[in-house]
Write a protein that binds this ligand. Structure first.
Ligand SMILES: [Zn+2]
Length: 75
């Protein structure tokens, strides 16, 4: 289960829709990415503004970081 920490304010209905779309995109990209050692998924931190979100991934260790780099390397 991928956790989200949303720092970006999204007050209006439209902003919330955009935020949901951002989350959906990240979730679909990271589905199946687990730490081989801890079986954890990353925590996704969404900061910045709704138009220019700053996505950060919090990981349990370097192995998950590597797995993420493989999973997201082609973007
Ligand atoms: Zn780990």
């Amino acid at each position: 289960m991928i956790k989200f920490k949303v720092i970006t304010p999204s007050k209006g209905a439209l902003e919330r829709q955009v935020m949901e779309a951002i989350k959906r995109g990240i979730r679909s990209k990271l589905t199946g990415v687990f730490c081989p050692e801890h079986h954890q998924q990353p925590t996704v931190i969404v900061a910045g503004s709704i138009n220019a979100p700053d996505i950060q991934l919090e990981v349990c260790c370097d192995k998950l970081k590597e797995a993420l780099e493989v999973a997201t390397g082609d973007c």
